[in-house]
Design a protein around this ligand. Structure first.
Ligand code: NAP
Length: 335
């Protein structure tokens, strides 16, 4: 059987371009004992993939040149040589960017299509939802009395973080680029939101959080981080989840010029990687599934169609084209 796959052709210089990716057709083998043949249904595109496209080793190994890009996805089992899964099952796992694949069944997790739409396992019930949960509860030590500021608030992690902070009793302010995104943030129940294109983060927070920000959930870095530091309350906490404004820089950006406020305001700044916190996975799933079914937690998706749209969808994350989770629908389920 043949499949199309997307490979890394060259390492990007700045913002990735379509020419950094290649598309080719390959012949797949048949599943051996312990393996399955799957059809890919959904692929997640995520900002951390930009780091894997560089040759540098970070907390996750880089993609290799002329090898497929890979990431979280949902697939349907077509043939199985492992008793744990049977044809027709839906599975969550880490998949190469292919239409079909033969892969070990050991790393796959069966998911129930009646619990939630399949794509939700890549967003609200998946890594982005879990990142928001860990970042707020464990890293940020969220308290109901907190005023929380969240950047990239209309994106996947940001929109979940804001809603979870609201559910847990905090006052929540979000920022995003466009009016449409600001509206989507307010529609999710944030107390206030602003466009960072229209006013500086620092001025907006001065007005919206006059008593200071107790917890800043940083998805962006750069000027957003600097603006937040200027407006932190004494003993405030900054959760460094991501720094997407820096991922495509070709030379180092200057650090925040106001770091001495960390001392005078007695701030705590802490970064984290969600995969270090798998001990919280079960409590996240229980709470998130409950919030989702009761309508307390809502989500948006931006969907691009077809495997060949995956490189463009990844690039679009850095252009802010997505509201909610950016996804690629590779194929509809069968049966
Ligand atoms: N620490 C962890 O374990 C972990 C896990 C998952 C994700 N993350 C991080 O969390 C952040 C959000 O990830 P996500 O998957 O939820 O992505 P996302 O927020 O759904 O999408 C990215 C958003 O970032 C904003 N953005 C892009 N370039 C920007 C720039 N130069 N300046 C300001 N904003 C920019 C855009 O929103 P606007 O149009 O509003 O600018 C864009 O829609 C990322 O930094 C990611 O690396 C960390």
């Amino acid at each position: 059987m043949k499949t199309t796959e997307i490979v890394l052709r060259k390492r990007p210089d700045g913002l990735p371009t379509a020419g950094d990716f290649g598309l080719r057709e390959i012949e797949l083998g048949v599943p051996a004992v312990g393996e399955v043949l799957v059809r890919l249904l959904w692929l997640s595109v995520d900002p951390y993939m930009r780091g894997r496209m560089s040759g540098l080793r970070t907390y996750v190994a880089p993609f290799q040149l002329d090898e497929p890009i890979a990431g979280a996805g949902v697939a349907q089992v077509l043939e199985s040589m492992d008793p744990a899964v049977v044809p027709g099952d839906f599975v969550l796992g880490n998949f190469r960017w292919r239409q079909f694949d033969v892969t070990s069944a050991a790393h796959l997790k069966r998911i129930d299509p009646d619990q939630a739409p399949l794509s939700a396992h890549l967003g609200v019930l998946g890594m982005p939802g879990f990142t928001a949960f860990v970042g707020l509860k464990r890293i940020g030590d969220l308290k109901p009395s907190d005023t929380v500021y969240i950047s990239a608030a209309a994106g996947a992690v940001g929109s979940f973080a804001g809603q979870i902070a609201k559910i847990l009793g905090a006052k929540v302010i979000g920022s995003a680029s466009s009016h449409e995104k600001v509206r989507s943030v307010v529609d999710k129940g944030f107390d206030a939101a602003f466009s960072y294109r229209e006013r500086s983060v620092s001025n907006a927070l001065k007005e919206l959080a006059p008593e200071g920000v107790d917890l800043y959930f940083d998805n962006v870095g750069g000027e957003h981080l600097q603006g937040a530091i200027s407006n932190m309350a004494n003993f405030g906490r900054i959760v460094m989840c991501g720094a997407i404004s820096q991922y495509n820089l070709t030379s180092p950006a200057p650090g925040p010029s106001n770091l001495s406020l960390v001392i005078s305001r007695r701030l705590t700044i802490r970064g984290f990687i969600v995969s270090d916190h798998s001990d919280m996975q079960d409590s996240f799933m229980a709470e998130a599934a409950d919030w989702l079914s009761s309508g307390k937690l809502k989500y948006d998706e931006t969907v691009r169609e077809g495997l060949e749209s995956a490189p463009g969808a990844l690039i679009e994350l850095f252009e802010g084209a997505n509201v909610g989770k950016m996804l690629v629908r590779v194929a509809p389920p069968e049966g």
